[in-house]
Write a protein that binds this ligand. Sequence first.
Ligand code: GTP
Ligand code: SPV
Ligand code: MN
Length: 586
Amino acid sequence: MEILNTSVLAWLEKMKALTQPDSVVLIDGSEVQLDELRAQAVATGEMIRLNEEKLPGCYLHRTAVNDVARVEHRTFICSRSKEDAGPTNNWMSPEDAYAKLGKLFDGSMRGRVMYVIPYSMGIVGSPFSKIGVELTDSIYVVLNMAIMTRIGAQVLEQLGDEPDFVKGLHAKAQLDEENRYICHFPEDNTIWSVNSGYGGNVMLGKKCFALRIASHLGRKEGWFAEHMLILGIEDPKGDVRYICAAFPSACGKTNLAMLIPPEVYRKKGYRVWCVGDDIAWLRIGPDGRLWAVNPENGFFGVAPGTNAKSNPNALASVSRNAIFTNVVHNLDDNTVWWEGLDKNPPQNALNWKGEKWDPASGEKGAHPNSRFTAPAKNCQCLSPEFENPQGVPISAIIFGGRRAKAAPLVYQSFSWEHGVFVGSIMASETTAAASGKVGVVRRDPMAMLPFCGYNMGDYWAHWLEMGKKIPSPPKIFNVNWFRQDDDGNIIWPGYGENMRALMWILGRCEEKAGAQLTPIGFEPLPEDIELEGSGVSRETLEALLTVDFDVWRSEAAGIREFYQKFGDKLPKELAAQIEAFEKRLG
Ligand code: GTP
Ligand code: SPV
Ligand code: MN
């Protein structure tokens, strides 16, 4: 196999001249080649091959200790004009960014191999799909991209001689934190990432392309690239309704996407199907509904907290051909462990840094942002529509985050416009998925704060515009699985039990479920939520549904302050929404 595409060739020559690798290897997607790379990575210690009986085809990788999460303060949108990046993104001019990173890339692959990964976000050849080529000096990246995307010869063939691909360049360089940069050039379809070897910083198809670059393309071309899971709920008659949900990083997308319904629904014949757990690309279908595809081919999920009770489907998905990053290595049987997997931490083990670890020490063994990379096809509840190039029609869009107090368990917006407002005012406590302080509430509109590749004000305008063009738009909701009591305990059981809120949501979509009007939107009455077998008391449910006006008045002030950052980019519809909201609050 060789590269014939003249644009790919010309760009590759330039990047070779810049980074000066010893050799270049084209990734054809074959198991033979991937196996050779796995063996090489094992030989150098980059990967550890795990127990062949218990975890066939699985590997463990440890990143540098200073390189364990996305780095938002070092992530840049390098549009020509600063205004196009907007007040919520870091910005560097393309000239400055190319110059600055050019120096860091200069000779960075000397003594190393450059791997060329042609990949498709979405099913190869589907009109919904987009192609990228990532150049990287990391085998870990190659093996992860091989799970997370469709790679290899078929992609180059599909591209033909078209110049329409996203150019991704990644070099580990010295893994120097002070010179780590993740730069996006939306006008050039280009991503440059240097000095990291961790997940979302380096698998350029994921957040960099499928969200930051794709959101920019979506605005130009009239579609959405969103930080959303996609799931289907099949009713006893066999009809399936699909829902998208946007939660910030480490706020429950993967868990919701793979949920197992509570007994009360299971016995009636309900099933849940996972279409995607992180990213949705949405377009208006010929029938006037919004249709979603998952552009990925695997799951890059949070390990801690994943167990046989919280997410059995995820656990089964990582039982073969998976890569584990920054978890505990059990030396007795050469398997892996993480906090929350079970109550039996291994006694003879290494922590995520590769140091001897004593579970009794009180120190965590796995990094809080440790992850698994698993092929989608491993997932027992993977939707039969997963490979459907048309995607699935969406009945409801859900926004949500981690809020100790403000947001109730679930509520519905009054309209598309109000739904966009609800998405725009999302806030959530920060998590270990990005470097920085954990547990600080911040505004994270549509869970896209770190992922929107252009001015968030224009992004809201795009949402409002699209709303006018969708003849049968999904209804928009908000959920919060993380409401706490005064002692700081989360009072909703979460996980599979979240289906109870989803059922109310579908009931609302079909105009069957009841609701009460509140200043924030339509809320279920306690009797509208099925509690059988949940262990949740009516009293707790009432607490979960309470809207504290004082809390929301101070929210409104925070929203105003946040909106102010956008100046005249704030859509007038949203200015009217906050106005009306304050009136409703009194
Ligand atoms: P990213 O992959 O970073 O985008 O995260 P995510 O949104 O997919 O979150 P994920 O499902 O991996 O969950 C993150 C953490 O939240 C894990 O530790 C879960 O155990 C926990 N979690 C997920 N769902 C729930 C829930 O319904 N209730 C509670 N209390 N915790 C949850
Ligand atoms: C997230 O942080 O939202 C992730 C992990 O899904 S990463 O791919 O690193 O962005
Ligand atoms: Mn996830």
